[in-house]
Design a protein. Structure first.
Length: 122
């Protein structure tokens, strides 16, 4: 429960940043960042690290990539729960869960002048 609260506060802060500062970045490039969380059979999660998925000439082009990802067909495996969530137009969460193993990917469009929160992949 504590982790969900931290995530919600972090997401809310990022959303406020994007809403109030977006006009300043309207003409610049946008980066689509991704991070993945893995949960193994022991229940332990690997800490996520953000990596660059792609670069786009505008916010609209980056969001269009998220829109396309959201519309991909769900997993055809009946034992896999496929959940997709859009907390904001510039984010997409995809969760694949088998009950014992799970992976969650977070995609985030940000102006090229802003780094995502948290650690970066090396």
């Amino acid at each position: 429960m504590v982790e969900a609260g931290k995530t919600m506060r972090g997401s809310s802060a990022m959303l406020c940043l994007l809403l109030f500062a977006a006009p300043a970045w309207a003409d610049g490039s946008w980066i689509l960042w991704t991070s993945t969380n893995w949960r193994g059979p022991d229940g332990k999660e690997e800490p996520p690290a953000f990596t660059i998925y792609g670069s786009y000439p505008s916010r609209e082009a980056c969001v269009a990539e998220l829109d396309a990802g959201e519309k991909l067909p769900p997993s055809s495996d009946p034992g896999v729960k496929d959940i997709r969530d859009r907390a904001a137009p510039t984010t997409l969460h995809v969760i694949l869960d088998t009950g014992t193993l799970g992976v969650g990917s977070h995609f985030l469009c940000l102006p090229d002048t802003v780094d995502p929160p948290g650690p970066k992949a090396k």
